[in-house]
Structures are given as C-alpha cells and as structure tokens.
Design a protein around this ligand. Structure first.
Ligand SMILES: Cc1ncc(COP(=O)(O)O)c(C=O)c1O
Length: 339
C-alpha cells in the first residue's frame, strides 16, 4: 500500500476504465464548437439538472469566476458566506476579474439563511455598490462538507427574486450533497441561475468543471471563457473522463460518506480530538488538542503513510474519495486507535 492520501478529493488518479474511455473519445476543435464529446458532456450536465446548456472549463475556479463575471458589472456586489471558496481561495478573482466588492456573511458551517441575505442587500443608493449576485456553496468545503437544507435555498431564491438578484451555486461537490440528501439534481436547476459542477473532485476525473445555465447565459459565458484563456481545442479526451465519471462514480459517493463517518467516529473517541464538525458527506474537519498539535498529529500520521491537511491552527482535514478503499480505512482506524 502506498501513501493513503486524505489531503483532498482532488488527488484521485484516473482508473484504467476511465483512461480507456478517454483514449477512445471522438474529438474536434471545441473553440469551433466541434468536439462531439465535449458537446455530449455539456448536454448531459445540463439535462441532468434540467437546465438549457453547459460549458466545459478547465477548473471550478474558472466556472465560478465566469459565472460571477456574467452576472455582474464592475461596481456591483456579490453576497456570499465568509468561508466561500469564491472569496477565500480564488485569488481575489471577484475583484480582479469582475471589479466587484463582496459582502461576506457569517453563516452556519458555510451555509446562509434567507435573513442573512436580506439584511446584506444594499439600498438603491449611489453611495452603495449594487447587490447583484448571491453565491451559495453546496457542499461547503470549509463547512466540513456541510449540506444545505433545500428549503433554505428556496427561501434565499425568494429574496433574490424580490430584489432582482441572480443566484449562483458553487457546486464543486453538489453530487455529494445530492447523494447524501437523496435529492434530485433537477431541484437545483429550477432554483439557480447558474451552477458550477466539478468533475475533478469526488467524481475522480483528472480535470474539468461544467458551468450550466440558460442558453443566453452560456453564450455570454463562452465569450468570457475565451477572454480568460479557457477555450480548449481537442479537450474531448478530458470530457470523456467526465462522462465516464457521471455514469459510474456518482452513486459510489455514498461509500466515501460512509468511510468518513467511520473514521470520524474513531477520532471522536480519542482524547486528543476536540470538536469535529458534523460529518455529512466526504469531509472531516477535526480540532486537535492535548498531546498533539495539528502539525504533530499530521507528522505522526505521515510517518505511517497517511497524508492529511492542516485546516487552521487548531484543525486538520481528511477527505475521502474513490482512491480510498475499505482496507485503507481499516489501516487509518488502526493507526488512529494506536496514537
Ligand atoms: C468548493 C469549491 N469550489 C471551487 C473549487 C475550485 O475548483 P478548482 O480547483 O478546479 O479550481 C474548489 C476546489 O477545491 C472547491 O472546493
């Protein structure tokens, strides 16, 4: 057994079957709209969520940033939770790419409620940036893989409609949420104006995200993708991995969720583990205290071949994914128990 890598679900290696699907993909120049495999993936994502059209992009950062750019004008304001990926981990892209300010709200493990959003909307006043876009993240990465209650999303949508604001979903791990909550993707398509879906996280592809929305939205998004340098050519080889993942790797996400539960229950029994954020999907965020600091715990695990990530000065993160099987989970549990 090599290194058991729990740092992120982005570390997955393509499986032989995925590689074979990629190898035999039919491709063309996607900037001309001529890559049949990309066209198929985009249509597949759009129809899965009941939306009109899709756009294949290199990364989730790009799909989010394109969406923000299309929904706003410079001087507008984007409303999101303070731990949102779009704010914390996209290099200041909201300011850099779209010239927008951000209203950062304190939600619960990355999740907002309608009243938070309502209170953050600026009055129609020339002194204020115009509140134009609300962006939600489901699951929330920094929230420890927390999932929204769909009712909360519906109430946020109501506030958006009343205030002429668009609603975007950073759905980097939306299929984890859908599987965990036994939801239908079409619920999301009905409520959001745009959705970013990542294929390179729990779904296990080497690269790629798809942005979905209405036909006019995707038309504008395609122009912005070109400006951002994201127009790819025979990238159908990559899209084929996405099609394979959507056909084969969605239902199995529940295995990752089960593994995360098992490991977090083991952690909970150790006196050097403090608060563990409720484990709802494939992410565990745990406080480390007492005889270990997060760094010394990370080192102790690493010496035995298990890699994890430091999340804050007091917390570590472990993420389950398709590269982690039952045998590896057993090894992780044995090691935690021995510390
Ligand atoms: C919630 C969330 N959104 C967006 C992204 C960005 O994806 P990418 O790394 O493909 O740019 C990530 C990456 O981990 C993420 O966790």
């Amino acid at each position: 057994m090599g290194i058991i890598d729990l740092r992120s679900d982005t570390v997955t290696q393509p499986t032989p079957d995925m590689l074979s699907a990629m190898m035999y993909a039919k491709v063309g120049d996607d900037v001309f709209g001529e890559d049949p495999t990309i066209n198929e993936l985009e249509a597949m994502c759009a129809s899965m969520f009941g939306m009109e059209a899709g756009l294949f992009c290199p990364s989730g950062t790009m799909t989010n940033q394109i969406a923000i750019k299309v929904h706003t004008q410079p001087g507008d304001e984007v409303i999101c939770d303070r731990v949102s990926h779009i704010y914390q981990y996209e290099g200041g892209g909201i300011a850099f790419n779209s010239g927008c300010s951000v209203s950062l709200l304190q939600g619960d493990r990355g999740r907002l409620k309608a009243h938070h959003v309502k209170e953050a909307i600026n009055a129609d006043d020339i002194h204020k940036p115009s509140s134009k876009l609300v962006s939600l993240e489901n699951t929330s990465n920094r929230g420890g893989g927390s999932c929204y209650d769909f009712e909360d999303i519906i109430q946020i949508k109501e506030v958006c409609l009343q205030n002429n604001m668009a609603l975007h979903l950073d759905g980097a791990r939306i299929l984890n949420a859908i599987v965990a909550k036994n939801e239908n993707p079409k619920q999301y398509g009905e409520v959001f104006d745009s959705i970013s879906i990542c294929l390179s996280k729990g779904l296990g592809t080497p690269v790629g995200s798809v942005l979905i929305g209405t036909i006019p939205f995707i038309k504008k998004a395609k122009r912005v993708r070109k400006v951002f340098g994201g127009g790819m050519r025979q990238a159908g080889y990559l899209a084929a991995a996405g099609i394979y993942a959507l056909e084969n790797n969605v239902e199995r996400l529940s295995i990752d969720h089960k593994h995360a539960q098992t490991i977090s229950k083991t952690l909970a029994l150790k006196e050097f583990v403090g608060e563990i954020l409720p484990v709802e999907t494939n992410i565990i965020i745990a406080e480390i205290k007492g005889k270990f600091t997060p760094t010394t715990f990370q080192q102790a695990m690493r010496e035995e071949g298990i890699a994890l990530m430091l999340m804050s000065p007091t917390q570590i993160r472990m993420v389950l994914h398709l590269g982690i099987d039952e045998q590896m989970v057993d090894k992780i549990i044995k090691l935690i128990n021995s510390l």
